[in-house]
Design a protein around this ligand. Sequence first.
Ligand code: SAM
Length: 318
Amino acid sequence: TDSDTADEAVRATCDDASTCKRFATSKGYWTDLYVQYFVRQIGERKAPEINRGYYGRVRGMNLLIDAFLKKTRCDCQVVNLGAGLDTTFWRLKDENIMPKKFFEVDFPMIVARKIHHIKTKPPLSKPLIETHSTDSLVLDGHSLDSDRYCIIGADLRDLPALEEKLKKFQINPELPTLFLSECVLVYMTPEKSSKLLNWVAHTFPTAMFINYEQVNMNDRFGQIMIENLQRRQCNLAGVDVCQSLDSQKERFLSAGWESVKALDMMTVYSMLPREDVARIERLEFLDEKELLHQLLQHYCICWAVKDKLSLGLSQIGF
Ligand code: SAM
């Protein structure tokens, strides 16, 4: 059906993200020891502005993730929604800042692929086994559960099923919980994503939600971005919410979140540690500064909190 084709195009986007991350790390933009096990080939060259854009995305997300782990002293959970082939769990393990439990959710087909990689590559499976107390890891084609890491096949648009699966794998709603969605909500209708944000806000009294996606899409450059995705049958069903930073914030406030901040990536990029930015800007010559600026102005990070336990989550920022 049409909707199967649409979902298939959306699923394919996780390879794009990881392929770009793989390429940028091969150039030295940042270190990721694990992405190579999910994407074998370095692949064709990416333009310097794309690499810098991914650098800002990964550094920006990581700064907020690490700040949440610090505030909660790792006495928390992380739920990565639409995780794709993301490697954050392995980074946190190596840096000794693992949450109590790290959950990942994606379509069953993507999850099956990720589980296959984990099963067949010791550098991926070893950290799971090391942090697991018994001999038995729960493993079937569509989910994997260990003490500290769990990956679940589910459709984020089907909340009853999502809730049931998270419960089955012992999510604790009372524990401070960090939700991540990196280039995910934009593929869902505004109605579906707002239901998801609502459900999180009303189920987890102490929580933070970090969303990375397109913004300022109602100009010429935004139009070209949309056309490029449509050419690959990839429908940005949620693009209506990507009109402005205010509309990004409003979706969280109307879903019941207490406070919310949003910055475009141009601003985030300018707030990243100067020495490291200077280092990566020397890696590749960038001819067209204007193109990078355009790109950065069309993505944002938005983060919202609910803080029943009064941990000071609203202080988290750049
Ligand atoms: N977050 C990862 C990253 O940034 O590297 C992957 C991003 S990729 C652009 C989008 C991911 O969201 C894909 O893996 C896709 O399968 C997943 N996704 C989109 N809609 C989803 C849905 N309704 N249910 C589950 N996963 C979904």
